[in-house]
Design a protein around this ligand. Sequence first.
Ligand code: HEM
Length: 427
Amino acid sequence: MTILPLDSVHVPLPLDQVDLADLDNFTDGVTPWRMFHTLRHQDPVHWQPEPEPNSGFWAVTRHEDIARVDRDAETFTSTRFVNLEELDDDQIKKRASILELDGVRHRAMRSVLQRQFGQSTINQYADFLRGLTATTLDKALAKGSFDFVADVSADFPINVLARLLDVPPEDNQKLINWGNRIIGNTDPEYADVLLESEESEKYRDLPFRSPASLEVFDYGRELARQRRGGSGTDLVSRLVNETPRDGVPLSAQDFDNYFLLLVVAGNETTRHTISHSMLALIQHPEQLARLQEDPSLIPVAVEEFLRWASPVYHFRRTATRDVELGGKTVREGEKVVMWYASGNRDEKVFGNPYDFDVTRADNDHVSFGKGSPHLCLGNLLARTEIRIMFEELIPRLSSIRLTGDVPRVRSNFVNGIKKLPVEVTLA
Ligand code: HEM
């Protein structure tokens, strides 16, 4: 079994070996951190060339610069797309979701679901979440040895989503597979069509160039048909029955893309955060012991889990004018990529950033974005899910250890764990 070399994450990689566009650098759980370390210290706003057909991007790696980009949507727009792929106008028109809107329309589209993701609505789900967590854990822990990803992390967020969408639990596996295939579009184990392959040209107008998107659209449209004109309060009912406050109803395409975003946004991210947090607690047994001794620390620990996990490596913006950033001149039209994971290890903001410390105070991590109009809509839900998961898990555990390798998703977009084989002793 490969021991994960925690000690080497902050050993800088020589600048000429840094390549954030090479996905093979993102499979060992160590190289990305070494690249970010080098960039923050030696070239914090770094020009990263990319293979054709892409044209390269500015890699923004310091907390302060990430915040500056994220706050200034006029200079750094989302409307040219927010992943690294470069889209023409026609593709953008077809593929844009709320993520790729700015200004009034963005606020209006966001407000349709704002209440659904607000604290008071989330509080109403707390009992459901706790019950669901207990069921998931009791089933998994009873096995003694199991894959924590498949049996705990993967199941849980999808069950929550199924409830928010008000769809039957029988559909969960379908939703999980769609999420894997769509977000895992750069990992040969998950993708039916790899993003960088020629075949993906056929799917250029679909989200993530994934044919799985068509299945998600069909599924969402059927739900929309059933819920239109009804009085449901689930997410689909709100999307089909609510007019955004700018008075412009959602088009069929707006609905498709919003629905698909909901299916993919919450699952992978929350799943990977739970897996990374579990792995960190296994690798830092003294931190697990602190939480076992004092579970009231868990809400504070959740913020450290989010910082540590950094489940979304980056999102992208595009410069709308020439602008100085970190001593570099960014030209209009160039891609500007905020590497949140790097911001979460910035020594200027976090004391001993490579220490996993469940009591860390003033944890100003950027895992959900930083001051952005696009700040994760699901952040309160995600925080609540993660908190309840560990509030239920920790008292049930006496000890836990790794029993095998921890393979990573091949992606520079999601920082994902595919498998986490563990053996547990119950309390
Ligand atoms: C740990 C879990 C999560 C992380 C780290 C995360 C991260 C992010 C980030 C960084 C953004 C900003 C994108 C940008 O600025 O371009 C975002 C946006 C978004 N997230 Fe999350 N997310 C998580 C969980 C969720 C969940 C549970 C949901 C809902 C089910 C969700 C729904 C959304 C939506 C709808 C947006 C778009 C918001 C907008 O464009 O205004 N996320 N998320």
